[in-house]
Design a protein around this ligand. Sequence first.
Ligand code: NAD
Length: 260
Amino acid sequence: MSGRLDGKVALITGAAQGQGEAEARLFAAEGAHVVLGDVNDEVGGKLAAEIGGTWIHLDVTSEDDWAAAESVVAGLGGLDALVSNAGIARPPLPIANTPLDAYRQVIDVNQIGTFLALRSGIRAMTAGGRPGSIVLISSVNGIQGAAGIASYVSSKFAIRGLAKVAALEVGPSGIRVNSVHPGPIDTPMIQPAEPGGWDMRPALAQMMPLRRIGQPADVAELVCWLASDASSFCTGSEFVIDGGYLAGPSHGVHTEYADS
Ligand SMILES: NC(=O)c1ccc[n+]([C@@H]2O[C@H](COP(=O)([O-])OP(=O)(O)OC[C@H]3O[C@@H](n4cnc5c(N)ncnc54)[C@H](O)[C@@H]3O)[C@@H](O)[C@H]2O)c1
């Protein structure tokens, strides 16, 4: 049976758990050879072995790690798809109370890490002569603000901008760059920090028009399509996957489905 990513080499950052893990599993099932990068060597290494991928220790903020990643994909014959997915969030704090170090930490991983991913992805695709698809994971918080998470919102708006600049620069070479904007997704990022800890997921689900938060597999489907040739006319665009979250406030007005 043919897969949607047959014969492609794909690099996914933050691949050890959550959305990155779901993307790695789906990409492998669709025929890609997946290079999984993360700072969590133990969990990520086991996953790579399970799906027949290549594990690399990749801290997205490290230029040395990115140089090593470029060598690994060159050894695999080139790169066809890059998913820049690694990201962190911090507990909410008003701007007035936010220490500079805390702000910088999020910008380093989410924004600088995405810039380095994009740079290496473009270099690898150009060097390998295989123009492919680059997917940058932003957030609904890259389109709309949210109080208390200035560093996260700033970094995710920056990712949206980076995708547009890159799409303009590399479009003539056939490389595509798009950003993906998930709403709340059920991963460790929004799960209780410890067993029995505060769980924000039920309240989030209530805010959603679809009355549920997303699953990692929901996002993986969209990202797989963007990585595949089926999306070959898409570049420089924003792909929202949010259960209707950004559609606007519902003011409590809704219609119950009745089949009579
Ligand atoms: N979960 C959500 O509600 C949600 C919503 C919108 C966007 N996002 C974004 O989706 C992406 C994936 O998040 P997730 O929900 O799977 O979260 P997650 O916390 O489950 O996974 C994030 C992964 O990134 C890795 N990581 C952290 N710092 C890294 C670094 N410096 N270098 C390499 N890897 C690093 C972690 O080890 C982890 O495996 C992130 O960019 C996040 O901001 C998440």
